[in-house]
Design a protein around this ligand. Structure first.
Ligand code: ADP
Ligand code: MG
Length: 715
C-alpha cells in the first residue's frame, strides 16, 4: 500500500462507505490522509473515577461490572445502563438510543470512556460517553499512542452525512501506522529546514493523531506553508509563461494624448498621469501587458482606461471593455462616448437581453442595429471600442485586430473569464492582446501580488481635488426617526438618496438547495420600498432596483434617479459597483452588520461625487463589540487599503471577492491573512523558481503542484 493506492483496496471499506468517500472527492489513500480534522477533543487526561466533577467532560478507564438495556416508559427511549469501576471507585454510565452497545460491550470488558458528568436522580453518572474497548489481557502493554477515540487528543472531522469521525478515525489509524515514514516528501529539504517545518510523514501523523496540541499546530503550520507555497508557485509560473508571449506593440501618441487631456473638464491628478504613463510605456513593448489598475472608489480609473483605449485605436487596434453589470456597461458606454466625442471613434454597446444579444448603439446620434450586424462589423474591424458584459466572452464575438482588453471591477470576474476574453483576440500569429484590469477592491499589495500574481500593478493613490470627506455615522434604532427627518430635508434641497437593503441569508428551499435566484433579496427590497412609500416618506418619489429585474427596467429606473425624477432609490447591493450618480449625497445602509467592510466601502463610495457634503448612514440594531469595531473602522478610515488590512484581520480573506471562488483549501485561506507569512512564502517560491524554473529538479513537488492546480480552479 502506498499513497496512490485507491480506496477500493482498503479492507473494511464496503460499497456504501466507498460511495460516501467518493462523494467527498476522496479516491485514493492520499486524498484520505489529506482529509484533515477540523478540530480536536482533548481526552488525554485519564482521571480516577473518584475525582470526577459535575458538568465536566472527563475521560475514565475501568472495567465494566454490569451492562443492560432498559426502556423508558414515557418516551419509549432505549437506555443502555452500565457500571464501570476502577481502583478508586465506580460510576454509572448511560447511553441513549444505542441498544446495540450491549452486543459490543460486555461485563468484564476493559474500557476507556470520555463524556460529560451529569447529575441524575440517583447521583452522578457519565452521559453518552465515547467508548473504546481496551485489550482484555493485562499482560499486553497498552500505550498512550494505541488509543483511537479516547485517552488522547482525538481528531474531529468536518461533519459530513454518513461519515462519522469515529468511522474515519478507525479507518485512518491503521493506514497511518502502515504508512508511517513512507509518505514521500514534497517540500525540498532546504526549504523545510529554513522554515522549521515538520517532515511530511510526521506532519500527517500529528495532524490526525497529535501527541500534543503544540505538535498539532506544528503540523498545520507545515501544511499551511505548503498550500500557500503551491499557490505562489502556480501564480509565479503563470507569470513567467506570459513573459514569453508576443503582442502588438502600440506606440505612444503624445500629441493625441495631449489633445485628449486638454479636452477634459478637469485636470488629471498626478496619480492618473503616473498610471497612464506606466500603462502607455508598457504597451510599447512587444510582449503583452498584463496590468492591474488599483484605485479607490472615485479615484478616476475610467479616464485612465480611456486614454489607453484612445492610443490603441489610433494605432489601428480594437478595444474591448467588459463590465460586470448591464447598468455599468451602459454607464461606461455613455461616459466613453462623451469623453471621446472630439475624436472620430466608433464605439458600440453590446447589450444582452435574457441570453441573446439584441442591439447595438453607435457614436454621435445613437444608432440601433441588429446583433448580427454588430458582430459582423466587429469582425470586420469597423468597431473601434466594444463595450459590454459577460456576453462579450461568447464564441460568436470575433475581432479583426483586438489589441486591448479592459476589464472593469475585475474582482467580479474569475481569472478564467479574463483569460477567455483575452483568448478571443489571439490572432493567427499567436499575438495576444494587452490586458488592463481595474479594481477598487482595496487589497494589500502582497495579497494582490498573490491573488493577481500574474499582473503588474499600478495604483491610483490620490483622489481628484475638491472632494469633501463623506460624513459617516452608525445610527442606532432610537435615532432612526431623526435621521429620516434629515433625509427629508436633503431631498427637499434636490439631493438623491440610496437605501441599501441587507443581504438576507437565503432560506433553504425544499430540496435543501440555495436560493440561487435570489428571491430573498427581492423580497427584502420590496418590503423596504413599501414601508418607506407608505409609512415614512409618502410625500417623496421612491423607486426600487434589484439584480433580478429586466435590464431595460433597471436602465429606466437608474435614468430616472440620475435625472432627479426619483428622490430615493431602494436597492440591493447591485449599485455597489461603479455606479456614478453625482446628485446622490446620502447613502443609507440597512442591516449594515451584514456587509463586509470592502463592500460597505464600495457602497459609501456611491456618494461624495460632487462638491456637496455627502453622508453615509449605517443602520444597525446590533450592539456587539465586534460589529461596532468593524463599522468604526469604516468611519475612521479614509484609506481603503488600510481598511482592507483591518477587515482581513477581523473577518479573514474569505470575504474578498474573487478569492472565494477559487476553492482554496481552508488552511491556506486562513493563512492568507498572515501577510508576513505570505511574503516569506512568496520569496521562497521565487528563489526556487530561479534555481529550477520548470521545477525539474523537484519532481515530487512538480507532481504535487499539478494535482493542486487541477483541484483548485483559479476562477
Ligand atoms: P472610479 O475610479 O471609481 O471608476 P470614475 O472613473 O467613475 O471613478 O470617476 C469618478 C468621477 O470622478 C467621475 O465623475 C469622473 O468624471 C470624475 N473624475 C475623474 N478624474 C477626475 C479628476 N482628475 N478631477 C475631477 N474629477 C475627476
Ligand atoms: Mg469605475
Amino acid at each position: 500500500m502506498d499513497i496512490n493506492t485507491s480506496i477500493e483496496q482498503i479492507e473494511r471499506v464496503g460499497p456504501i462507505y466507498l460511495k460516501r468517500l467518493k462523494k467527498l472527492g476522496i479516491n485514493t489513500i492520499s486524498d484520505l490522509i489529506f482529509h484533515f480534522p477540523s478540530h480536536y477533543e482533548d481526552f488525554s487526561n485519564i482521571i480516577p473515577i473518584l475525582q470526577v466533577k459535575l458538568n465536566e467532560t472527563s475521560c475514565l478507564q475501568g472495567e465494566i461490572l454490569e451492562i443492560k438495556n432498559t426502556r423508558t416508559w414515557k418516551k419509549k427511549m432505549f437506555l443502555t445502563q452500565a457500571i464501570v469501576q476502577d481502583k478508586s471507585g465506580a460510576i454509572k454510565i448511560i447511553w441513549f438510543n444505542q441498544p446495540y452497545l450491549t452486543k459490543i460491550l460486555k461485563s468484564g470488558d476493559k474500557v476507556c470512556l470520555a463524556g460529560k458528568i451529569v447529575l441524575g436522580k440517583s447521583g452522578l453518572y457519565l452521559s453518552n460517553p465515547i467508548y473504546e474497548k481496551l485489550p482484555p489481557s493485562s499482560d499486553i502493554k497498552y500505550f498512550r499512542t494505541d488509543f483511537i477515540h479516547t485517552g488522547r487528543i482525538v481528531p474531529v472531522y468536518p461533519e459530513t452525512e454518513g461519515l462519522s469521525s469515529r468511522w474515519l478515525r478507525m479507518i485512518l489509524k491503521p493506514i497511518l501506522e502502515r504508512l508511517r515514514y513512507k509518505i514521500p516528501e514534497t517540500l525540498p529539504e532546504k526549504i523545510r529546514k529554513e522554515n522549521e517545518l515538520l517532515g511530511i510523514s510526521e506532519a500527517i501523523w500529528q495532524v490526525h493523531f497529535p501527541n500534543s496540541k503544540k505538535l498539532a499546530e506544528k503540523a498545520k503550520e507545515r501544511f499551511a506553508f505548503e498550500e500557500l507555497f503551491l499557490i505562489e508557485l502556480s501564480v509565479l509560473k503563470e507569470r513567467l509563461k506570459l513573459k514569453k508571449e508576443k503582442a502588438i506593440p502600440i506606440s505612444f501618441n503624445l500629441e493625441l494624448t495631449q489633445k485628449f487631456v486638454n479636452s477634459l473638464p478637469f485636470k488629471l491628478t498626478n496619480a492618473q498621469k503616473k498610471c497612464a504613463w506606466q500603462i502607455l510605456k508598457d504597451l510599447e513593448k512587444s510582449r503583452p501587458m498584463s496590468r492591474l489598475l488599483e484605485g479607490d472608489v472615485g479615484s478616476g480609473k475610467t479616464v485612465v482606461a480611456v486614454i489607453t483605449a484612445l492610443n490603441v485605436v489610433k494605432a489601428n487596434g480594437q478595444v474591448v471593455f467588459m463590465a460586470p453589470t448591464e447598468i455599468l456597461a451602459k454607464q461606461h458606454f455613455n461616459e466613453v462616448r462623451k469623453l471621446l466625442s472630439p475624436f472620430k471613434i466608433k464605439i458600440a454597446l453590446l447589450t444582452s437581453k435574457e441570453d441573446k444579444i439584441t442591439s447595438l448603439k453607435l457614436k454621435g446620434e445613437i444608432l440601433e442595429i441588429s446583433q448580427n450586424k454588430l458582430l459582423e462589423k466587429t469582425r470586420k474591424g469597423e468597431i473601434d471600442i466594444l463595450i459590454g458584459t459577460h456576453s462579450l466572452i461568447q464564441d460568436k464575438v470575433k475581432f479583426f485586430k483586438l489589441a486591448l482588453v479592459i476589464i472593469d471591477e475585475q474582482h467580479r470576474f474569475g481569472v478564467g473569464q479574463r483569460a477567455k476574453l483575452v483568448a478571443r483576440g489571439t490572432d493567427a500569429e499567436r499575438k495576444i492582446p494587452h490586458l488592463l484590469s481595474m479594481t477598487a477592491t482595496p487589497i494589500p499589495r502582497t495579497l494582490a501580488l498573490t491573488i493577481y500574481g500574474d499582473l503588474d500593478i499600478s495604483i491610483l493613490d490620490e483622489m481628484p481635488k475638491g472632494r469633501k470627506k463623506i460624513e459617516t455615522k452608525i445610527v442606532s434604532p432610537e435615532k432612526r426617526k431623526e435621521t429620516y427627518e434629515f433625509i427629508r430635508k436633503e431631498v427637499k434641497n434636490g439631493k438623491g438618496v440610496f437605501v441599501i437593503c441587507p443581504r438576507i441569508e437565503p432560506a433553504k428551499n425544499n430540496n435543501g438547495g440555495e436560493d440561487v435566484l435570489g428571491w430573498a433579496e427581492v423580497k427584502a427590497v420590496k418590503e423596504e420600498y413599501e414601508k418607506l412609500k407608505k409609512e415614512v416618506f409618502p410625500d417623496l418619489k421612491i423607486g426600487m432596483l434589484y439584480g433580478k429585474m429586466k435590464a431595460k427596467e433597471k436602465e429606466k429606473i437608474m435614468e430616472q434617479f440620475k435625472k432627479g425624477k426619483l428622490d430615493i432609490l431602494v436597492s440591493t447591493s447591485v449599485v455597489e459597483v461603479g455606479i456614478d450618480v453625482p446628485r446622490a449625497t446620502i447613502m443609507m445602509i440597512e442591516g449594515a452588520e451584514r456587509f463586509g467592510l470592502a463592500q460597505l466601502y464600495q457602497l459609501k463610495g456611491r456618494v461624495g461625487r460632487s462638491l456637496f457634503q455627502s453622508y453615509c448612514f449605517l443602520f444597525t440594531d446590533l450592539k456587539s463589540r465586534k460589529i461596532q469595531r468593524r463599522l468604526r473602522a469604516l468611519i475612521d478610515s479614509e484609506d481603503s487599503f488600510k481598511l482592507a488590512q483591518k477587515d482581513l484581520g477581523i473577518r479573514g480573506p474569505g470575504t474578498l471577492e474573487g478569492i472565494k471562488q477559487w476553492g482554496v483549501p481552508d488552511l491556506a485561506m486562513e493563512n492568507l491573512k498572515n501577510i508576513s507569512l505570505v511574503e516569506k512564502v512568496r520569496e521562497t517560491a521565487k528563489e526556487l523558481l530561479m534555481e529550477s524554473p520548470e521545477l525539474l529538479k523537484y519532481p515530487l513537488l512538480l507532481e504535487k503542484l499539478k494535482t493542486f492546480q487541477r483541484k483548485i480552479h483559479f476562477e
